[in-house]
Every structure is written in structure tokens, then in C-alpha cells.
Design a protein around this ligand. Structure first.
Ligand SMILES: Cc1cc2nc3c(=O)[nH]c(=O)nc-3n(C[C@H](O)[C@H](O)[C@H](O)COP(=O)(O)OP(=O)(O)OC[C@H]3O[C@@H](n4cnc5c(N)ncnc54)[C@H](O)[C@@H]3O)c2cc1C
Ligand SMILES: Cc1cc2nc3c(=O)[nH]c(=O)nc-3n(C[C@H](O)[C@H](O)[C@H](O)COP(=O)(O)O)c2cc1C
Length: 783
């Protein structure tokens, strides 16, 4: 077998090593344009888990790599004169140059041919090769040459960064967030060998310009960074080596394989440096390629297997890197946070690290986070314990004169079980049991303001006396038997009206018994859906009056709060989104115009809704579709509602158009709540695939929302909040007297369960290499 490898970086060299081990008879050559010991870059970083992988695949190179490594466990976050350290992270740093020399040496030993100072720009010379590995890095010539085939997408991110070095010793992965007269600068720094550390500096393009960096050469810009971070560098110099400021290219390729050529490492896909996974991905690509060649009978089949098997893992890492880079791009959102909350946000930015997970590793740090959260709550006038604070989920929250005992919310969920809009015993039991389960706030399902405002024939409504009486019964039950508050969500289905019950076909038009539907513009949802009538002024006035009448009935029922549903493609959402609003009058065109009718309705309702009671709006913060609403638009929408007097923005997404492409995942809508809350400066509730109390606490503690709603989890577990309270020891959680023996039991058992769980977790966690090294070098006298 003959293999040509273009590029002698980590991907190229490691694949040469693994292939040669697998097929000692193979003729393998690596072509590298640089000299063997050229030193571009400073250090690279690997997690313990990545090193475990290297140990398994090639013990000799693993041993040499690990002999050269600097180990550390802590992440340190410096912000506004404070430093917060979190242990148990298990990282290792190594000089990129040494890593490459080790891999070169190992490849030579195995009989790989290494040819340096040879730039390859045409693969024709490898016509007799069975396999050509394209490991030519981030600016891959071959990816560009065959762009029509590989279909790369390059997303050049807005922040600029430069990679430098220093002699400053560091004992932790160090993030420094530095305020300057020009704006914020960030340093990501770690030691990779004795007396050498990597420093990546990052800032936004405006700060970069204001700091005059665009006109400076490498040395001058290093001097500027030395001035900014001088207090930390303590006289140590910054070193440069091709340390140009650049924008990070987020690269994704639709195809990785062309004939017998395969893209590896940065050439095929990149991951932002803030999660330190570039070299890991490159070397794990090499592992995946070797595995595929081992398993498949032919090179063609192996390349297909490599691409199929590896893509999901790469995309997962890229997603984590994306989330992380977006956090750094928007760091100014959090600049006025309490430093410990800021540090918690840094730690939990990419979802993998959570509140509970940090509680195990760094209980004092989480204790401080809880205290800061409780202090903030106390500053809002609550008499809460700041010395022994409850977890954020169990801290109270106030909107106008409505006080919530905790921040766990039952999301609005249509039950499709009403008859002519009248809620019945099912609804009483449904809402009643969730209120008994301990949530601070319960939302009703979308309650329709008129018969023709319904989504389905089973939707609940509030346009007549019978409905009012039935809702009053539910509200009275909740108030008499629980500590929960109850919010009425009012809405109008618009073009998604006259459709089947969820279990008969979501959003599918009724075959019989339907009614005429209206919308901002006459665009049907499905091609075979009813074409809605474009609302004229008379229709708009009619629906506005329905909303006002329903709000008045809501007050008569005794609801504590009112929400206007402006999300999910229903009537008011259809005005806001440009995909569904193509009007040419004052209600179409600019976002300001598209907001006009929803705001009109909001004002009309606000004027009849008692001023001591809060109101919220639910919005779709993105349409997940080309040309639709984006997170930035959502900030404008939230600002407009906040100016109109909205107390809370309930941040959902999508369901506007049927061909949307949402990116699902854990807590997938939370970034939008974060953006709206911290840019528009309005209280938010987030929702969407949040399934654990740990996630609720993580979101709240990081300041990404004020309330957290759970929909589907509450459908199967009405007592979600009570159980979480037992876990976190929030003894004051409400439980009706009838249920107190159950409450006593779960609180008693939870203490033991939690202890056992934590012990198990701690036992199951292998020692990090940093811990092992510290133990091995501990002086005997200390034993
Ligand atoms: C600022 C910054 C910080 C980073 N920090 C980290 C970190 O902390 N941890 C981490 O793991 N990763 C980090 N990375 C990423 C890491 O450097 C890369 O992801 C990794 O080196 C990718 O390996 P590779 O083999 O795919 O590409 P490369 O290392 O870029 O290697 C490609 C090689 O191909 C050669 N080449 C290119 N074209 C040709 C050609 N036509 N003919 C012959 N040779 C060619 C190049 O000279 C180069 O040696 C960082 C990157 C940047 C930019
Ligand atoms: C069956 C069902 C009915 C829903 N009904 C409503 C509703 O009436 N009003 C609303 O704003 N959202 C409604 N939603 C959306 C939920 O409130 C929630 O935002 C969504 O389910 C995501 O949260 P989850 O992952 O916690 O379930 C509904 C969702 C489902 C699955």
C-alpha cells in the first residue's frame, strides 16, 4: 500500500504513525513545506481524556509526550481585581514544537519517510498512491482547490486574536478579562513547559481599532499587550512568532472525501481555540482514519466509514466550541456582573460543566456563587439567608407585586382537551397537581380569545361566562391549596388555526368543522392549509377587543399574571416575523412597523389589567430560517415590549414556518434568553429542553434567565420542583398539609441519597494526571 500525506502537523504525522503501525509493509511519505524544526506557535493543550486515547493507540509517543508535559488542574478567572480558581479540570500543556519533534521521531522510527521543505500543490504526482491524506491545515490548498466537491463553509468570526508566548510561569489555565480605556481585552493563557506559557489575546473589532492595533507591527502590538497585561506578567516578556492578529475561521466541510483523498484535522473542520480542541481533533481524526482502514476491506469503504463514523463527534465538538466562542464574542454583556457570577458564567459557558458538577469539584466556589445570588435577591428587598443561601432555583423572585417562592415554572402547554373552549375536570387536576408539586409559577395553556382564535377544537378559551367560571374554579383551587402563582396565557392562533388536535396531526388543517382564519398576510402554513384572510383594520379592532375582554375576564378569574402569546407563528407572531408579514401598510415592512399591532394589543390589555399585576410576552427569538427573525431582532422586540411596560420576556423560538431548521440540543433556547436579558436588560424566562434541576441552577446562577420554565418534564412529573427542593435541601418549599409525610420522607432520604451519589461520583472519577504527578512528587515527610 502506498500512502502520501500532505502536511506534517499533528494530523499528518499521527496518521502516518498509526497507519505504519497497522501496515508495516506500507510505503508512507509525509510532505511538509516547513523545515523539520520550524517553530510556529507556542503550546498546545490536551485533556486527560485525550491523553488516555493516545496511550491506547501509540504508547511510545504517548510516553514521550507525557514526559514533556506541564500538568494543571485549576482554571483561574481574573476579572475586576478578583481571581476565582476551580480545580479538577485535568489538563496538560506541551510545546507544539516538541510535540511535532516527538511525532516526527516516532514516525521515522517506524519507517515513515518524512520530506521537509516541499510544498505540494498538485496531487497528480501521487497518481500511484492508494491513499492521499490532505492534512494541510486551516488554509488547506486542497480543500480550496476542490471546494466545489468538499463544499467548505467558512464563517469568519468577528473577534480578532493573536497567539503569543511568555516566560511567565502559570499554575492554572488562566483567563484574564481586562477592562481598558478602549474596551475589553481577554487573555487565554497556560503554561506548556517550565518557563514557557502560551498567550492568546482576543478582543472585539471596535476595541481593536480604538486601541490602534490595526496600525501596529508584531513587536508593537506585543508591547501594547504587555502594557495592558503588565500587572499580571510581572516583568516577563511577551514573545512573538508569526503573532499576527486574525479573525478565527469556523470551518465546516460538507464532504471530507474525494476519490482516494481525505481531509484531516484543521483542513476539514476547525474548533475555536477557547476550548483547546484543535490538536485533539486533528490527532483523533488520525485515530478514526486508522480504525476505519483497519475495519473496512477497501480504501474506498474505509474512507466512507471514516467520514460517517467521525462526523457526529467532530460536529459535537464544533458545537461546543461555537457556544464558547459566542460567549467570548459577547463578553461585554456580562461586564457588570458580580465577579463570582461572571466566573461561573465562564466555567459553564459551553454546557459540559454545570452547577452540580462544580459543586462536587469546587464547593467553596459554588458556595460563593450562591451567596452572591442571594445577596442580589436580598438587595431586592427579600429577607433571605445570605450566609447559608439556598440554591438559585429556590430564591424568590418578584414581578410588580407578585412574589414567586421559587424560580421553577410550569411552561404553557396546550392540552387540547376543552370542549367549546371550556376547561374541565382534566384541566383542574392537571393544573392543580402541578401547583401542589411546588413550582413557583404555573402558566395556563394558550387560552384563546375567541372561538375563531382557537388552534384546534380542543383549545381552551376565555370569551364567555362558562369559560370564565371554569377558569375561576382552577385559579381558586391553586390559590387555596398551593403557594404557586398562576399566569393566564392569552393568544390567537392566526393562520395556524382550525387545525387538528396534536395527536391527530400537529398543525394539519381540519378536514371538517373548521372556521375562517386570519393572519398578517395571506400565506398558508402548509401548501394545503387554509389561506388566511389578511387582516384589515376592522378585523384588527375586533381581535384587539377580544384580547381586552379576555384580559378583563382573566382579572375576574383572579389570575396573578397575564402573558400575551407573540410566539410560535400564531397571529401576533405572524405580524412580527418578516417571513409571515408581507404587508405594505403601516403594519408591514420595518420591524418597528411589524411590532405595531402586537404592541397595540399589549397596551390595550395593559390598560385594563391591574397595575399591580405583572404582564409578560412570549416571543420566538429566532425563526431558525433564512430571512426570518434573529437573536438581534429579538433584542429589539424585547426592548419595544419592555418600553411598553412588559415585566418579563418569555423567550422561546421557532415554529414560524414549517421549513425552519432549528438546532436542537440541551437547553437549546437558553442562549437567546441570555442575549435578550443581558442586551435588552429585561427580565427573562427561558425554556426548551431543560430537564434537570442542575440545568435550572446553572442557567440562573450564570445570569442567563430570571425564571426557568419546563414543559414536557412537568407533564410526566408534577412534583419536579418538590423533588428538586429535597435534593438541594430547600425545606421551605410548599407542600399541602395532606402531603407532609411524603415531603418529610423525601427530604430525609434525599440527604442520604445525595451523599451516596456524591461519594460514588467522586470515587468513580479517576485521578487527573496533575493529581497523580503531585502525589508522586510529594515529599515523604509530608506523608
Ligand atoms: C491561536 C491558536 C491557538 C491554538 N491553541 C490551541 C490549543 O491550545 N490546543 C490545541 O489543541 N490546539 C490549538 N490550536 C489549534 C491547533 O494549532 C490546530 O488545530 C492543529 O495544529 C491542527 O492540526 P493539523 O495537523 O490539522 O494542522 P496544522 O498543525 O496546521 O498542520 C498543517 C501542516 O501542513 C503544512 N502544509 C500546509 N500546506 C501544505 C502544502 N501545500 N504542502 C506541504 N505542507 C503543507 C503546514 O506547514 C503545517 O505544518 C490553536 C490554533 C490557533 C490559531
Ligand atoms: C404539547 C405541547 C403543547 C404546548 N402548548 C403551548 C402553549 O399553549 N403555549 C405556549 O406558549 N407554548 C406551548 N408549548 C411549548 C412549551 O411551552 C415549551 O416551550 C416547549 O415544550 C419546550 O419546552 P420543554 O422542552 O420543557 O418541553 C407546547 C409544547 C408542547 C409539546
Amino acid at each position: 500500500m502506498k500512502v502520501a500525506i500532505i502536511g506534517g502537523g499533528p494530523a499528518g504525522l499521527y496518521s502516518a504513525i498509526l497507519l505504519k503501525k497497522q501496515r508495516p509493509e506500507a510505503d508512507i511519505t509525509v510532505y511538509e513545506r516547513n523545515r523539520a524544526d520550524d517553530t510556529f506557535g507556542f503550546g498546545v493543550v490536551f485533556s486527560d481524556a485525550t491523553l488516555d486515547n493516545f496511550e491506547k493507540y501509540d504508547p511510545p509517543s504517548y510516553r514521550r509526550i507525557t514526559q514533556e508535559f506541564a500538568y494543571w488542574d485549576d482554571i483561574a478567572v481574573h476579572f475586576r481585581g478578583t481571581v476565582h480558581r476551580v480545580g479538577g479540570n485535568g489538563f496538560c500543556g506541551c510545546s507544539r514544537r516538541k510535540l511535532l519533534l516527538i511525532l516526527q521521531e516516532r514516525a521515522r522510527e517506524l519507517g515513515v519517510r518524512l520530506i521537509f521543505e516541499t510544498e505540494i500543490d498538485d496531487e497528480a504526482r501521487f497518481a500511484d498512491a492508494d491513499l492521499v491524506v490532505l492534512a494541510d491545515g486551516i488554509n488547506s490548498h486542497f480543500r480550496d482547490k476542490y471546494a466545489a466537491h468538499f463544499q467548505p463553509e467558512v464563517d469568519l468570526r468577528s473577534n480578532v486574536f493573536a497567539w503569543m508566548g511568555s516566560t511567565r510561569p502559570l499554575d492554572a489555565f488562566t483567563f484574564i478579562f481586562q477592562e481598558t480605556e478602549w474596551g475589553p481585552f481577554i487573555a487565554h493563557a497556560y503554561q506548556y513547559e517550565a518557563g514557557r506559557s502560551t498567550w492568546i489575546f482576543e478582543t472585539d473589532p471596535d476595541t481593536f481599532k480604538r486601541a490602534g492595533l490595526s496600525g501596529l507591527n508584531e513587536k508593537q502590538s506585543a508591547d501594547r499587550m504587555s502594557e495592558i497585561f503588565g500587572w499580571f506578567l510581572e516583568g516577563h516578556p511577551l514573545l512573538t512568532n508569526r503573532s499576527m492578529w486574525r479573525n478565527f475561521p469556523m470551518i465546516r466541510s460538507h464532504r471530507w472525501v474525494k476519490d482516494n483523498m481525505v481531509l484531516l484535522g484543521d483542513a476539514k473542520a476547525t474548533a475555536h481555540f477557547s476550548i483547546g480542541s484543535g490538536t485533539k481533533l486533528a490527532m483523533e481524526d488520525a485515530i478514526a482514519l486508522a480504525d476505519a482502514l483497519h475495519q473496512a476491506p477497501t480504501v474506498d469503504a474505509a474512507l466512507m466509514l471514516y467520514e460517517q463514523g467521525r462526523r457526529e463527534e467532530v460536529e459535537k465538538t464544533q458545537h461546543a466550541a461555537d457556544v464558547s466562542l459566542v460567549w467570548f464574542e459577547h463578553v461585554d454583556r456580562f461586564w457588570d456582573f458580580d465577579p463570582v457570577q461572571f466566573a461561573f458564567g465562564v466555567m459553564t459557558r459551553a454546557k459540559a460543566i454545570t452547577y452540580d458538577n462544580l459543586t462536587l469539584r469546587a464547593p467553596e466556589f459554588v458556595g460563593e456563587v450562591d451567596k452572591a445570588f442571594a445577596r442580589h435577591v436580598r438587595d431586592q428587598g427579600f429577607d433571605v439567608d445570605v450566609d447559608k443561601p439556598l440554591a438559585p432555583m429556590f430564591q424568590p423572585f418578584r414581578l410588580r407585586e407578585m412574589t414567586l417562592a421559587n424560580r421553577s415554572v410550569v411552561s404553557p402547554m396546550c392540552m387540547y382537551s376543552a370542549d367549546e373552549g371550556v376547561p374541565n375536570d382534566f384541566h383542574l387536576v392537571h393544573y392543580g397537581s402541578r401547583a401542589l408539586g411546588g413550582a413557583g409559577l404555573i402558566f395556563t395553556e394558550m387560552t384563546c380569545v375567541g372561538r375563531d382564535a382557537r388552534i384546534t377544537p380542543g383549545c381552551a378559551g376565555l370569551w364567555n361566562d362558562a369559560q370564565e367560571k371554569a377558569w375561576r374554579r382552577i385559579v381558586d383551587f391553586v390559590h387555596a391549596n398551593s403557594a404557586a402563582k398562576i399566569c393566564l396565557q392569552l393568544g390567537h392562533a392566526g393562520r395556524k388555526g382550525a387545525t387538528k388536535l396534536m395527536w391527530d396531526g400537529m398543525d394539519r388543517p381540519l378536514e371538517e368543522g373548521g372556521w375562517d382564519v386570519v393572519s398578517a398576510s395571506p400565506i398558508p402554513y402548509f401548501p394545503d392549509s387554509q389561506v388566511p384572510r389578511e387582516m384589515d383594520r376592522a378585523a384588527m379592532d375586533h381581535v384587539k377587543a377580544e384580547f381586552v375582554a379576555a384580559a378583563e375576564r382573566g382579572e375576574a378569574c383572579g389570575f396573578d399574571m397575564l402573558e400575551l402569546h407573540c410566539a410560535h407563528g400564531y397571529l401576533l407572531a405572524s405580524f412580527i416575523s418578516p417571513l409571515t408579514n408581507q404587508r405594505t401598510d403601516d403594519y408591514g415592512g420595518s420591524l418597528e412597523n411589524r411590532m405595531r399591532y402586537p404592541l397595540e394589543i399589549f397596551w390595550a390589555m395593559r390598560s385594563v389589567w391591574p397595575s399591580h399585576k405583572p404582564m409578560s410576552v412570549r416571543i420566538s427569538a429566532t425563526d431558525w430560517a433564512e430571512g426570518g427573525i434573529t437573536g438581534d431582532d429579538a433584542v429589539q422586540v424585547a426592548r419595544a415590549f419592555a418600553e411598553a411596560g412588559v415585566d418579563l420576556v418569555d423567550v422561546s423560538t421557532g415554529q414560524t414556518v414549517r421549513d425552519a431548521e432549528p438546532v436542537y440540543g440541551r437547553m437549546f433556547q437558553t442562549p437567546f434568553s441570555d442575549q435578550v436579558r443581558n442586551e435588552a436588560r429585561v427580565a427573562t424566562m427561558c425554556v426548551g429542553n431543560i430537564t434537570t434541576a442542575d440545568q435550572v441552577n446553572t442557567i440562573l446562577a450564570a445570569g442567563r434567565a430570571d425564571l426557568v420554565a419546563l414543559g414536557r418534564p412537568h407533564l410526566v412529573d408534577p412534583a419536579f420542583t418538590l423533588k428538586a427542593a429535597a435534593w438541594y435541601g430547600a425545606k421551605d418549599v410548599f407542600s399541602p398539609p395532606q402531603y407532609l409525610p411524603g415531603k418529610d420522607q423525601i427530604f430525609r432520604n434525599s440527604v442520604r441519597d445525595r451523599q451516596e451519589f456524591e461519594e460514588l461520583k467522586i470515587k468513580a472519577k479517576p485521578k487527573t494526571r496533575a493529581e497523580l504527578k503531585a502525589e508522586a512528587t510529594k515529599p515523604l515527610a509530608a506523608e
